[in-house]
Design a protein around this ligand. Structure first.
Ligand code: SF4
Length: 67
């Protein structure tokens, strides 16, 4: 199975929880803190951390979907 991250960038409020939860998968832009998805198709070992990031994102800007 393969999973892909859907990131609704306009919703992102630059809170940074995703970066703290899954630093291998997410980063933040230096200029405004908006998230950057480093691994749009994350490796399976990162799925649990991505699920945590999806759950904790205060803007509901992230989804992990099957492809
Ligand atoms: S946790 Fe959500 S709101 Fe915060 S930086 Fe990540 S995507 Fe943006």
């Amino acid at each position: 199975m393969v999973k892909r991250i859907e990131f609704d960038e306009p919703k992102c409020i630059a809170a940074g929880q995703c970066v703290m939860t899954a630093p291998e998968v997410f980063d933040q832009r230096d200029e405004d803190g908006v998230a950057i998805v480093l691994q749009p198709v994350p490796a399976p070992e990162h799925w649990d951390a991505v699920r945590d990031a999806v759950a904790i994102c205060p803007a509901a800007a992230l989804l992990l979907v099957d492809i």
